[in-house]
Design a protein. Sequence first.
Length: 215
Amino acid sequence: MTLREEEVTEVRKLVVFFDMCSSSSILENLKSADRLGQMRNLLIDMKEFLSKSSEHVGFKVYKFLGDGWILLFPAETKGTTLIEFLTNISLHFRNSMRRLVKPYLSSMVSEIGLTFGIDEGTLIRFTMMERTEYVGRALNVASRLQSAIKDKDNHPAYKCLISKPAFTGLGLPRTEWSKYKVTPVKRALRNIQGGGEFRCMKLCLPLPVPLVPED
């Protein structure tokens, strides 16, 4: 299959890659209780939240990956806008998980929450099989950052790793760093920069303590 030149364009995007902590353990747990439908309900609930949010926040829901999503934001997205969205989706997930899934878990799951990897850069957009597809380094980096959150962190839920250039582009004032517990870190990312140290920023989302304590 060949692509016509006019079907291929370059676009600059802020890529947000996120998924669920311990999704395999949660699925195993639900399966043992014959309650896999609760995970389906949770995913539908999250899809509806993303669909509504995309309309007023201005991002594109690019792909669903089984236990998470890839979102594409405008490259000029401000840090406060992005963090507000990440906080809102984390709160929504926490509440939906408590309502739809936790009552059906027969045993404890070590870590429940969302983790995020974020990068910004040029993507190649094209049409394949009547679908809009994207390829580019920022997609790979965001994916690797998301999976690297658990490195050196036993409690990765509701945390983000953001590439240093993407973080700079967000324009988050240094005075705000303490509010979001922003710290510079280095991670080895598979197939990125030869697996050498990659400079990024670690951000902890400022979620309020639940009114009802977590189990």
